[in-house]
Design a protein around this ligand. Structure first.
Ligand code: SF4
Length: 120
């Protein structure tokens, strides 16, 4: 079982991500997570330092606070366009340690970084 902190962090990042471009006020996040403002502020600073979120200083109900906005972009179909796995006949046998292994697949490697010479 993962440590509680990791679970709280994952939930926090998910809530901030789900808030989209509008972001989420710090105080709202702490209520949703049921953590203290001190613990919440520590998390927000940590996420900002790791480049996961932006903290925008805003006034809410006459008091300064932070709005937290995720820096993660939503995944789009463009991000997987041309991926060889989408049309690969071996996909069901392909996993770590399987008959096919994505770590050693030359087609996938060439798609991820065309600068790498693979002869694929
Ligand atoms: S990693 Fe390679 S073998 Fe595996 S599904 Fe993708 S293209 Fe096929």
């Amino acid at each position: 079982m993962p440590p509680r902190n990791s679970s709280v962090e994952q939930r926090a990042l998910r809530l901030i991500y789900d808030a989209g471009e509008e972001g989420l006020l710090q105080s709202e996040l702490w209520k949703l997570l049921d953590v203290s403002s001190r613990e919440g502020s520590r998390l927000a600073k940590k996420f900002e330092e790791k480049g996961r979120i932006v903290r925008d200083k805003v006034i809410n109900d006459g008091r300064w606070t932070y709005k937290l906005v995720s820096k993660n972009e939503p995944v789009t179909l463009d991000s997987v366009r041309g991926c060889p796995c989408l049309i690969c006949s071996e996909v069901e046998k392909c996993f770590r340690g399987g008959t096919q292994d994505p770590v050693y697949c030359l087609l996938l490697t060439a798609w991820i970084d065309p600068r790498i010479e693979t002869d694929a």
